[in-house]
Design a protein around this ligand. Structure first.
Ligand code: VGL
Ligand code: ZN
Length: 198
């Protein structure tokens, strides 16, 4: 079995000081870098939204960050503006080793659809292309790390397990947003989908 390390969204906006900061988001970076040489492939994902993305609260008059709305594809959290294409907030954290990456997958660039998962946009239909990349390279074992445990790591892990990959989430190398019990719900959903929580 060939194994890939998938590093989810270790970007400035998800680290302390960023627009959607995850507590301790930068604490995991040294451990992630140290893990890279153990894998046949290293893949980074990058949340990459156009200005005015519909997942931003600022795109909806009178709405505040962290409120819920309905999108054609289902419920959607309204986020603070974050990871806007080309900004410093969207850049990888400077401590993250990016040279070892074979592939960088950008997601969330469709102005009207959010994309938590590295595999499908939030409509659960539109593929990012990552599945094809992994299959054509024979990468069947996936270890996921990064930000945030309860959103992008969670949805990526569930999709990967449902696609038939052997998926492990290294919880010690992830950090969560944890709004309204979302971390506990994410753990239960990942287990249910057949993800190994390590
Ligand atoms: C993420 C919220 C919005 C994440 C991305 O990387 O977990 N969360 N966009
Ligand atoms: Zn986002």
């Amino acid at each position: 079995m060939s194994n890939a390390l998938i590093v989810i969204d270790v970007q400035n906006d998800f680290c302390p000081g960023g627009a959607l900061a995850v507590t301790g988001g930068d604490d995991i970076i040294a451990g992630i870098n140290a893990l890279m040489p153990q894998f046949e492939a290293v893949i980074l994902t990058q949340d990459w939204h156009p200005d005015g993305h519909l997942s931003f609260a600022s795109s909806h008059a009178g709405r505040a960050p962290f409120e819920m709305t309905e999108m054609p594809y289902g419920p959607q959290v309204l986020w603070p503006d974050h990871c806007v294409q080309g900004t410093q907030g969207a850049a990888f954290h400077q401590a993250l080793a990016t040279d070892p990456a074979d592939l960088i997958v950008r997601k969330g660039f469709n102005p009207a659809i959010d994309s938590y998962s590295a595999f499908f946009e939030n409509d659960h239909k539109t593929p990012t292309g990552l599945e094809g990349y992994l299959r054509t390279r024979g990468l069947t074992g996936l270890t996921l790390v990064g930000l945030a445990t309860d959103f992008c790591v969670n949805y990526s892990a569930q999709d990967a397990a449902r696609l038939g990959f052997d998926v492990t989430v290294r919880q010690d190398l992830c950090r969560a947003i944890d709004m309204d019990g979302s971390l506990d719900a994410a753990r239960a959903a990942m287990r249910q989908a057949g993800v190994t929580l390590a």
